[in-house]
Write a protein that binds this ligand. Structure first.
Ligand code: PEP
Ligand code: MG
Length: 323
C-alpha cells in the first residue's frame, strides 16, 4: 500500500471530472518543509508559528524569539518550499499549547480554551505581536506568504489586527527595511465567526477553517479532555453545517477557502468536503498521499448531490461510514 501511494507523489491531484485540488502541508517548524516537499505538498497551508515560542526552556532559552530569529525561521520556511506559497499563522498559544513560565508571563485560567489564547493573546501584548508581524512581512520579501490570524470572532478584533499590521509596515518603512506583500486570511474556528462570514469576507483575502477548534466550540467539548472524547464528533450535523456554509459562501464570493484542521487529512471526509466544494486541504504531510488517492477517484459532480443528502441526515457519521 505504501509503495503504491508513493507512486502518486508527483501526480497532480485532479478529480475524475477534471477538478484541480490543492493538497497543502501543516508544519510546526521550518525544517518540516523538507517532509512537506517530499510528500508532494503544493504549499504550506498552516505553519503553526507558536512552536517557535514553545519548549524554549528545554533549549536553555530564557526569552521569546526576537524579530531577527523569527525572520530567519520564516525565511527558511519560505525557501524550503521552493517558490510555493507558505501560510504563516500568527502565534496561537494558550489552552492546550502552554508557553513556558520562564520565557513569558503565564497565568493559570479556569477555562483556558475560552480564555486568553491566539489573537486574544497577541492583542493583549501588542509589542510581541508587532515583532512577529514585522518578521513575517520581512520574510515575505523572499517568497509568497499568506498571513493567517487565529481565533477571531469580533469585528473589533479584526479592526485592531488590521491596524497593527499597518503599524508594523510603517515601523518597517521608517527603518528603511525591505518587506513584501502578503495575502491576509482569517481562521474560521469559532462558531461566531462561521455565523458572521459577511464580516470576515469584507476584511480578508482568504479563509481557513480550523475544524479542531470549530468542533470543540460548537459541541462544547474540550478537545484535550479524554472523559468527553467520545462526544468530540467531526460529523455532528451542526459542525458539518458550519463547514458547508463557510465553503459555499466563499465560493459565491470567489474567495479562497481551505480546511486546515484534522478533518482535511481524514480520508473519511475527503469525498464529503469535495462534494461541498472544497478545493484546498491542508494536513500533516503524512496524510497527503492517502487523501490524494481519494481525490483521484472522486467525481465531484456526483459527490455534490450525495453531499447534500449527508447534510440532511440526522446521523451523517453512519452515512459516511456506509459510503
Ligand atoms: C484547528 O483548530 O483546526 C487548527 C487547525 O488549529 P490548531 O489545531 O492549531 O488549534
Ligand atoms: Mg485552532
Amino acid at each position: 500500500e505504501r509503495g503504491r501511494l508513493a507512486r502518486l507523489r508527483h501526480k497532480p491531484a485532479v478529480t475524475l471530472d477534471g477538478q484541480r485540488v490543492d493538497l497543502l502541508a501543516n508544519i510546526e517548524m521550518p525544517e518540516d518543509t523538507v517532509g512537506a516537499v517530499k510528500a508532494g505538498a503544493v504549499g504550506v497551508g498552516l505553519f503553526r508559528s507558536e512552536f517557535l515560542f514553545m519548549g524554549r526552556e528545554s533549549q536553555r532559552q530564557t526569552r521569546l524569539p526576537d524579530e531577527e530569529e523569527q525572520y530567519q525561521a520564516y525565511k527558511r520556511a519560505v525557501e524550503g518550499m521552493q517558490g510555493m506559497p507558505v501560510t504563516i499563522r500568527t502565534i496561537d498559544v494558550g489552552a492546550d499549547k502552554p508557553i513556558d513560565g520562564k520565557v513569558a508571563s503565564k497565568q493559570e485560567h479556569l477555562n483556558p480554551a475560552l480564555g486568553l489564547r491566539a489573537i486574544r493573546w497577541s492583542l493583549a501584548d501588542p509589542a510581541m505581536f508587532l515583532t512577529q508581524l514585522r518578521a513575517i512581512l520581512r520574510a515575505a520579501a523572499h517568497g509568497e506568504i499568506h498571513l493567517l490570524i487565529p481565533m477571531l470572532a469580533h469585528v473589533s478584533e479584526i479592526r485592531q489586527t488590521l491596524s497593527l499590521i499597518d503599524f508594523a509596515r510603517s515601523e518597517l518603512d521608517s527603518r528603511g527595511a525591505v518587506y513584501g506583500k502578503v495575502k491576509l486570511g482569517a481562521m474560521i474556528e469559532i462558531p461566531a465567526a462561521a455565523l458572521t462570514l459577511k464580516t470576515f469576507l469584507k476584511y480578508f483575502d482568504f479563509l481557513s477553517i480550523g475544524t479542531n477548534d470549530l468542533i470543540q466550540y460548537t459541541l462544547a467539548i474540550d478537545r484535550a479532555d479524554e472523559a468527553v472524547a467520545h462526544l468530540y464528533d467531526p460529523a455532528h450535523p451542526a459542525v458539518l453545517k458550519l463547514v458547508a456554509d463557510t465553503i459555499a459562501e466563499c465560493r459565491r464570493q470567489g474567495k479562497s477557502v481551505a480546511v486546515c484542521g484534522e478533518m482535511a487529512g481524514d480520508v473519511a471526509f475527503t469525498r464529503l468536503l469535495l462534494g461541498l466544494g472544497l478545493r484546498s486541504f491542508s494536513m500533516h504531510p503524512s496524510r497527503i498521499l492517502a487523501v490524494k488517492q481519494e481525490v483521484l477517484r472522486a467525481d465531484t459532480s456526483k459527490l455534490e448531490v450525495w453531499a447534500k443528502g449527508v447534510l440532511e441526515s440526522d446521523d451523517p457519521a453512519s452515512v459516511l461510514a456506509g459510503s
